[in-house]
Design a protein around this ligand. Structure first.
Ligand SMILES: [Zn+2]
Length: 418
């Protein structure tokens, strides 16, 4: 069959232009596994995936100039359905529908900033995170690939409960768990609603009233029941935890990742390392709470908690780094503005990581945490064609990741700046 009629046939079959071979060319490509900067940077994609070997003759070439190609970035701790600076009262005044529409807007911002995959950990909004994930997966709206947790499980009076309001103010409490049996039932219910993982609050938090970030929440039998049931359903569990006792109890119960991990001790870090428990540090979120002028209108009680935790968290992060705990990139966007999703790179480096380690946390390690190592996190053949490009060399200027110039997700160009 002559080539021209072959193309005509393919088009008639409805195959889009994206499925033809496309070569991406730039001055450099960072191999995130070896840390080697390849020059020039070349790869070719077809059918939404990165292909092996040389590109076929006649493939179209997209020349991105003096830029560096990297894998699409992964944020393991987002709140896409939670507008920054909303606060508790703002949240109470917002309908589920409004929160989901906020999520639609934020999903686009995050994707255009170079994040092609996120793990969204804790959205109330009637499982609106599940709906958002599915709408993006269908291609109805632009956004990153999502793994979602639904509402985070909390004890009565814990970080996920709405504290500080008079008893007659009654809000959703399906996510409140006060016994092992309730834990098992809630995990089953959440799976029925379509979540990909379970999130729980293992200690108090910063942006909540009357709970102590240092104190553990669930009893050990409750932790165990939740994690065990999640495992039986094929779901991983991630645990919000600031205080060391809660981090240790959640780790021993078998959670896959600790979120924040502020007051981590060397002994607990050793336990995490031995068990392969990931840390998702969310560094900038705490810094953003304490920004001059209080732009996110944080309450005085939460500001005081943040001030007390910040110096300890810097030490806790170093403890994790020195112990060799796997550290996966996570921001807690929703605490701060979604468009700033790349802000944590600067903080990871200023807290002690090399630029390569910071990039690996948002690619290789994050993909591993999400069990997507064969699909995402590197520019290796067979992976999704999730590719970004930045100006200059991110190994010498990590802040260039805050100005992503080109984004491709699944072989489709999402964003391209001249
Ligand atoms: Zn969070």
């Amino acid at each position: 069959m002559p080539l021209r009629s072959l193309f005509a046939c393919l088009l008639a079959l409805g195959l889009s232009a994206q499925e033809r071979p496309l070569v991406l060319k730039a001055a450099r490509l960072l191999n995130v596994r070896t840390g080697k900067m390849e020059a020039p940077g070349l790869l070719w994609v077809q059918s939404g995936r990165i292909q092996a070997g040389p590109a076929p003759a006649g493939a179209e070439t997209l020349d991105l100039g003096d830029r560096t190609l990297l894998p699409g970035l992964i944020d393991c701790h987002t709140h896409l359905l939670f507008p920054a600076g909303l606060g508790e009262l703002g949240y109470l005044k917002r309908s589920h529908g409004t929160l989901v529409l906020d999520g639609v807007v934020n999903a686009r911002k995050v994707l255009e900033a170079g994040f092609t995959t996120v793990r969204d950990v804790g959205a109330s909004a009637g499982f609106g995170d599940v709906a958002l994930r599915d709408a993006i997966a269908r291609g109805d709206i632009p956004g990153p690939r999502m793994r979602v947790a639904g509402p985070a499980l909390s004890i009565t009076g814990g970080h996920g409960d709405l504290n500080g309001f008079p008893p007659h103010v009654h809000v959703e409490d399906d996510h409140i768990v006060d016994s092992p049996d309730a834990g098992r039932r809630t995990v089953r219910e959440w799976q029925k609603r379509g979540v990909d993982l379970i999130k729980l609050h293992a200690t108090g938090g910063v942006l909540s009233n009357h709970d102590d970030p240092g104190a553990p929440s669930f009893s050990p039998p409750e932790f165990k029941a939740i994690v065990e049931e999640a495992r039986r359903r094929g779901l991983d569990v991630c645990a919000h935890a600031h205080g060391d006792a809660g981090i240790l109890e959640a780790t021993l119960a078998g959670v896959r990742s600790i979120e924040h991990g502020s007051l981590l001790s060397p002994a607990t870090a050793k336990e995490m390392k031995a068990r392969g428990t990931f840390l998702v540090p969310t560094l900038y979120a705490l810094e953003s709470i304490l920004l001059p002028g209080n732009p996110y209108k944080i309450t005085e009680g939460s500001l005081a908690k943040a001030r007390a935790i910040l110096p300890l968290r810097k030490a806790g992060f170093k403890v994790a780094l020195e112990a060799g705990v796997p550290i996966a990139y996570g921001t807690d966007i929703g605490v701060f503005e979604h468009g700033q999703v790349a802000a944590d790179f600067r903080y990871l480096v200023s807290y002690g990581m090399t630029p390569l380690q910071a990039i690996q946390s948002a690619t290789l390690t994050a993909a591993e945490l999400l069990r997507l190592g064969g699909e995402a996190g590197s520019l290796e053949p067979g992976r999704w064609a999730d590719v970004i490009a930045v100006d200059g060399d991110p190994l010498t200027d990590i802040s260039t990741l805050e100005r992503v110039r080109f984004v491709m997700k699944g072989g489709k160009t999402v964003q391209k700046q001249p």
